[in-house]
Design a protein around this ligand. Structure first.
Ligand SMILES: [Ca+2]
Ligand SMILES: [Ca+2]
Ligand SMILES: [Ca+2]
Ligand SMILES: [Ca+2]
Length: 343
């Protein structure tokens, strides 16, 4: 995805200083005595015109020199409205930040919600070409959780749209230490309405080669958990992914309806199970078959994601067993950890 960047960085990493790109050069905006930064900013975007390193652009990441010594660090930048490429790219910026362990990466900025697609891609590896995570702006901001070894990583905030923005949109990109939510092992809402055919709570179909769609069955309904999730109050949902002959990309699909409280704008979901089954989960706004979150990892036994949600909104959590695998039926346990973030 980033061939030009990768090539340039490999050259630099080999010690060849012959080119114009010198990622090991001095910091882009070094802190100096007397420097004043805007309130709440640890670094301010310094060279917008040359910090896009996604091919075919040939920029380089800004070397912020930031770490997580204070537990949280904030980059203040902007999606510029002046250099839309005529296709889909409004602005891409890249920054290097050093961190480790469990962190949350967030992006927030008033006005960003009106841009067609805003997010942050997170890269690591010697050539910064391994995509380790991604933030999607949804609701009032965007967030994702990462667990990484100590190192320097590249954060790429991007704004994509079919036309230029009318005005520049400032954003704040932050990295902060976080404690992953603890898995609950007892209690919670238990799947109750799947029926003998395990189709009573399917709700969404995943046809091969076609978009997700509401099922045509009038008989299936989301499980009415009656849960309204509130910040810092974890909840649990359990069920069984049955071994059924699937007509689409998933065998058993179980959908659970819940709502966010008026202050809840982030949610971490961890789905755990035993055995070799491959479970995934999706989040939909209530009544919609278009996912707002897809958790499709292949790690055996656990699927987890942290993302932003809209306060006071009805959602469906769908847990599905990938078709064609083994290990079904599989009992699963989902822990939902809601939080409130003030952008
Ligand atoms: Ca830029
Ligand atoms: Ca920018
Ligand atoms: Ca089930
Ligand atoms: Ca089901």
């Amino acid at each position: 995805m980033r061939p030009i960047c990768a090539v340039l960085l490999v050259v630099a990493a080999c010690g060849d200083d012959g080119g114009a790109v010198t990622p090991d050069a001095a910091l882009d905006a070094p802190a100096a005595p007397g420097d004043t930064l805007p309130s709440g900013c640890d670094y301010v975007e310094a060279r917008d015109a040359t910090n896009d390193n996604v091919a075919p652009a040939t920029g380089t990441a800004e070397l912020t020199g930031l770490g997580l010594g204070g537990g949280r660090t904030v980059i203040c930048g902007a999606f510029e409205h002046t250099h839309f490429d005529g296709d889909i790219t409004v602005d891409i910026d890249a920054y290097r930040v050093t961190f480790d362990g469990d962190v949350l990466v967030r992006i927030a900025g008033a006005g960003a919600e009106a841009i067609e697609l805003v997010g942050v891609d997170i890269y690591g590896g010697a050539a910064f070409d391994q995509r380790l995570g991604a933030v999607t702006f949804y609701g009032g901001h965007g967030v994702t959780a990462l667990r990484v070894p100590a190192g320097t990583y590249e954060l790429l905030p991007f704004a994509l749209a079919s036309q230029a923005l009318a005005a520049t949109v400032p954003y704040r990109l932050s990295v902060e230490r976080a404690t992953p939510c603890a898995e609950l092992t007892t209690g919670g809402y238990a799947e109750a309405n799947d029926g003998a055919a395990s189709t009573g709570n399917d709700v969404v179909a995943f046809p091969s080669g076609a978009p997700t769609a509401l099922t045509t069955s009038p008989a299936d309904l989301p499980e009415a958990t009656a849960l309204t999730i509130l910040p810092t109050v974890s909840t649990r949902i359990t069920g069984s992914a049955a071994d059924v002959a699937a007509a689409d990309r998933y065998e058993d699909k179980d959908t659970f309806a819940f709502s966010t409280g008026s202050a809840t704008n982030e949610l971490a979901v961890r789905v755990g199970w035993s055995g070799p089954a491959n479970l995934d989960f999706y989040l939909f706004e209530e009544g919609s078959a278009e996912p707002v979150v897809r958790a499709l990892g292949t790690d055996a036994g656990v699927e987890a994601a942290t993302f932003s949600v809209k306060p006071g909104t009805g959602y469906w959590l769908l847990i599905g067993a990938k078709a064609g695998g083994t290990g079904l039926p599989a009992a699963y346990s989902a822990t939902l950890c809601p939080t409130a973030f003030a952008p």
